[in-house]
Ligand binder design. Sequence first.
Ligand SMILES: [Zn+2]
Length: 733
Amino acid sequence: MKKNYFKPLILGISLFSISVFGQQEKPKYNYQEAFKPFFYQNNATETRSASGKPGHNYWQNRADYNLNVSLNEEKNEISGTSEITYTNNSFDDLDFLWLQLDQNLFKKESRGSALLPISGSRYGDSTSEFEGGYKIKSVKIDGKEAKYSISDTRMQIDLINHLKARGGKTKIKIEYSFVSPNYGADRMGVEPTKNGKIFTMAQWFPRMAVYDDIMGWNTLPYLGPGEFYLEYGDVTASITVPSTHYVVGSGELLNQNEVYSKEEVNRWNKAKSSDKTVIIRSADEVNKATKVAKGTKTWKFKIQNTRDFAWASSSSFIVDAAKINLPSGQKSLAISAYPVESDGNDAWGRSTEYTKASIEHYSKQWLEYPYPAATNVAGNEGGMEYPGIVFCHMNSKGESLWGVTDHEFGHIWFPMIVGSNERVHGWMDEGFNTFINDISTKNFNNGEYYKKQSLQRMGNFFFSENLEPVTTQPDNMRERNIGALLYYKPGAGMTILRETILGEERFDKALRQYIKYWAYKHPTPEDFFRTIENVSGEELSWFWRGWFLNKWTIDQGINSAKYVDGDYKKGLILKIENFGQLPMPTTVQVNFKDGSSQEVKLPIEVWKRNTEWTFKVPSTKEVSTIKLDPKGNLPDTNLKNNTFNMADERPVEKINPKEYEGTFTNKQINAEFVLKAENDKLNLVFNSLSFPLDYQGDGKFINEEAGLELTFAKDKKTFTIEESDQKFEFTRK
Ligand SMILES: [Zn+2]
């Protein structure tokens, strides 16, 4: 589904929350919490391997559909039959079946309707008087009347005999009808245009609920925000519409010669070998066409290995197409269907070009596109995805039409190919898709619409107190948080993994492997986490925990910077601290007065046992500024401490360590330290061990390793050591 939140809004939120953030007590970094063991809740099973692959006994059930419906244009009504062949591949005999009746969301008394706020929602209108939902005429199972019951958007069918495990098959036939809402939760609907209504039809037939090895039957109701979880199979659809209509649908049109004129068929053939868009039915032809239907036409489609089927029908469609070139040498076809209102080269006139570019990019980058056509339809949805066909808003133009087209077709990979459970794990399709869209947009037409987004400035947006964790169920988060939690934050998480943690090559290899393992299957978040860790060879539980499971913040800062012994030629001592709860590999850029710079990278392991870290940069020049995360790759809740200006730092005065020598005692705790100058450095001798001390200025000496910090009084006769908030004073003997 389309991202519903625009970039300027993000910046607005970000500015707003900066001021809010500072007023709250921040939780401290705890490295044991961040890196604790036993991240995974389950060990490997027969169905899911510890490496993230499907297990040696992985199974999933199968649903094949034969759909036969008619459209009543006047009443906006669909009626017909759905024949389902259901195969039970599980280890369990099944006593009953569950089906999804998504149209029941549009009944006035549905659970989803009850959740619509007075102030309005993307998923419906609380003041609407529309009464939708399925009318079920009959349900037959293997030819006999079935016993069934309906609760909200679910239907349960009782089986007289078990459906046998490991391959048992049953046939379900449902006669049904429904009146389509004009605006179907931003996912389907009916839109009037000057040359006729556009019907964008989805969630339009009873579909099998998924029976899996995680939950058994997945029966969460359709409430609006939570999308879909569906079985794979083949679908054939016969769709009867007024003869003036043109129909586009998932998969391949089987009877082109029956529904298109000879001239149109010739144009289709031209499009099949053309990289440039070929008009099949022009705006002029649409405007001149008769508006009065002479009877009906039946359009027949077929799509294999699919989790759904959607279609659109209208007398108003301009249709155009171009060839899609796939990496294997196979071809597919990019098709667009839109009304004259959407025509024009700054609008839907480029839709097929966008579709072709998007599918070609994703096929090359991740996995080859599997379907014979990819169709973009102009409707009244913001943007919604289905196998082989997407609906984008008819008013979208230019950059926004590219953005929504690319996003909806990106969904072919997540979740149409990689069939995760959208209703529970919305971030696994929207977030992954948002991530791949960024790379695709960068790639399209030399970056025509690409603007690099600074992740660094998004810290206060991602880590806002008002957001739930990313792994929250879509129906379990506030509607206004859906943009951040399902799209932007998990999308940015993938970018951080790619650019900061693993590097492009390792990350892309791991994500490709995940797609390959789980193509046309049902992965869980753990399968994803495990695959990325296994393929990249990197332990990432700290990142999964902080970014996805919790709402840990990122904030690293520079505490101090001093030249070694006050001499810039000897190098620079930097002290950095991890203030946020989520650690990250650190990149420091030291900029010198002569305009040159030096970069130092610290691995994540630095934060596995430290909350702050002091290290030497082997530089020999005078420093001007020091910057953390110089490329701005990491969101950070406090950018102030990311930059350190050397001019603000008073140079450390030169000292003579001999002046600090002596034996010092504290009577109260009965302790004695000897301080001795050696090699131009002061050393603390204790129990015959010698600890070299670095001078920090203002009478302060430290030894980082031993955690020693001594502060001398001006007269050098006493020093204090601070430990556990207690001060101990030592006096020269
Ligand atoms: Zn989406």
